[in-house]
Design a binder for this molecule. Structure first.
Ligand SMILES: Nc1ncnc2c1ncn2[C@@H]1O[C@H](COP(=O)(O)OP(=O)(O)OP(=O)(O)O)[C@@H](O)[C@H]1O
Ligand SMILES: [Mg+2]
Length: 279
């Protein structure tokens, strides 16, 4: 039996084993669970983060809030010291969680992308030329500011260098300390309809859900060729978000580590959680 490590309820007493209500469905569906303190992990207190995990728990998946890749490596080590092995190791977590980790494997099925830690004017000019698209989308290695679409995410015309600079600077400003990795520019593609989130476990699609932004809008994506890419990535539990482009092609908008991908609010999570418990 594989354990599921959930985030502890931050409002519960310090020794409580209650899971954060956001992960109540997982807590209910899993046969064996333990909790970690996500706040403690985020501030670097990894010993405190794992204090409530029973010793010698054995193999485990994590299901919880996103974790930075370096912190995930800290977590992996601290858990190993207690006799608990994360089934996704830190290198594979980073590979699925951060765009530069998965981009090469999905190249051709996902919008063309370039990235840097230092988006100088020269770099932006070169990046715009390399993408060759009319417009672009700005994000960091993990997240965009899609809710500030016009000011900090979408660049309608890459030829307008001042506007590109403005959107990238607004993005950096809003991300602040939370910036993950660096800045990514992605060629804008004309997408239509809602995204489908496909949950891959050991190379097979274990579930297809709506994207959490559009719960209730579940679509059936064409997965031809995607499984091969997921297998090539070499991570056991990942998500791919797919959307149809105006020309009909199904595109991979992004890849994520399944442990930290969110479920839409109306999803029955039990089958997937049971599959994880038996993996
Ligand atoms: N290359 C692109 N062309 C057109 N639209 C895009 C492109 N990349 C992203 N988008 C739009 O912006 C949204 C956010 O992008 P993305 O999913 O990469 O960021 P995110 O902040 O990580 O979102 P999530 O909540 O899914 O984790 C997408 O759902 C899509 O609608
Ligand atoms: Mg997304």
């Amino acid at each position: 039996m594989t354990a599921l490590l959930l985030c502890a309820d931050p409002l519960a007493p310090a020794r409580s084993r209650r899971a954060d209500p956001h992960f109540a469905r997982e807590a209910e569906a899993a046969a064996l669970t333990a909790v970690i303190d996500h706040d403690a992990l985020a501030r670097g207190d990894v010993e405190e983060a794992v204090r409530r995990v029973p010793r010698d728990l054995g193999p485990a998946w994590y299901r919880g809030w996103m974790i930075g890749s370096d912190r995930y490596a800290d977590l992996e080590r601290a858990l190993a010291d207690r006799g608990c092995r994360l089934l996704t190791d830190a290198a594979r977590y980073r590979r699925a969680h951060e765009l530069p980790g998965w981009y090469e494997v999905f190249q051709g099925r996902t919008p063309a992308s370039v990235w840097t830690a230092e988006p100088s004017d020269d770099w932006l000019a070169e990046a715009a030329a390399r993408l060759g698209s009319a417009g672009a989308v700005v994000k960091d290695f993990v997240k965009s500011r899609k809710h500030e679409w016009a000011t900090a995410c979408h660049v309608p015309d890459l030829g307008d260098r001042a506007a590109l600079r403005r959107v990238v600077d607004a993005f950096l400003d809003l991300q602040g300390e939370d910036l993950c990795g660096g800045v990514v520019l992605r060629a804008f593609e004309d997408f239509t309809g809602p995204e489908a989130r496909v949950w891959w476990l050991d190379g097979a699609p274990a579930a297809v859900t709506a994207h959490p932004d559009t719960p209730g809008e579940r679509v059936e994506p064409d997965l031809a060729g995607v499984g091969e890419r997921v297998a090539a990535l070499g991570c056991r539990f990942v998500t791919t978000d797919l959307v149809r482009r105006a020309d009909g092609a199904w595109r991979v908008v992004e890849v994520g580590d399944g442990q930290v991908s969110d479920f839409p609010e109306d999803t029955e999570v039990r089958p997937l959680i049971e599959a994880l418990s038996n993996a």
